[in-house]
Design a protein around this ligand. Sequence first.
Ligand code: SAM
Length: 233
Amino acid sequence: MSFTRDKEFIRKMFDEISPSYDRLNRILSGFQDRRWRKKAVDLLMSEVNDKPRILDLASGTGDLSIELLRLKPSEIYSADISEKMLGICRKKINYPSHKTVVADSSELPFEDNFFDVCAVSFGIRNFTDLNKSLSEILRVLKTGGRFLVTEFFRPLENNLTRRLFMFYFSNVLPFIGNKISGSSYAYDYLSDSVNNFLTVSDFCRITEDIGFTEIKIHKNFLDFVCTISCRKK
Ligand SMILES: C[S@@+](CC[C@H](N)C(=O)[O-])C[C@H]1O[C@@H](n2cnc3c(N)ncnc32)[C@H](O)[C@@H]1O
């Protein structure tokens, strides 16, 4: 199958794997995925105002939203194109002002300058239209608002560690992932989506061109799993 970021294809794939999504995240990342999200939110702890209004975009089953609750938001929205992923998110979160919204990153159903924080974990490389989605994130953030992205970026270095890791990512991970999820392709797609994504430095360049500032890279695992933090000018 040739690689695609078609929105319907992606939505159906995440609907399909939603029941095993959390379990497989833990297994396939060696229980690191929670630590990566926690570290991302730690970056915001001393930086945001009291009671921020937060958007967790491409929230999936809500694991980042759960971490973001530590910021004691006045309102928090988990937004995603997959209704089934959001269904699991709703069951996991019991917070008075938490809302789930079916929404596409390239057409956010929010007014301008609405959020203090927008965060995306492991979702941005799936966006059908990355530039439009980044412009939408910029639009809905307040001036000075924080934008955080944790993602698997296409690694640059070609050393032994990288080659071993890519072997795991392209062979072992799809085998285990497809077997446990029951999907014939979803975890091949995961590895293809990384190979077809940007390096962290290319991603930062685009983010800057769109209009974000104070862009910083925080490495979690080589230049592969990174969190990018920045601000709306
Ligand atoms: C790998 S999951 C990440 C979920 C969650 N953020 C996490 O950290 O586990 C990617 C999510 O992005 C969502 N997604 C993909 N493209 C999207 C888009 N254009 N707009 C909104 N959500 C999208 C998928 O439905 C899926 O739930």
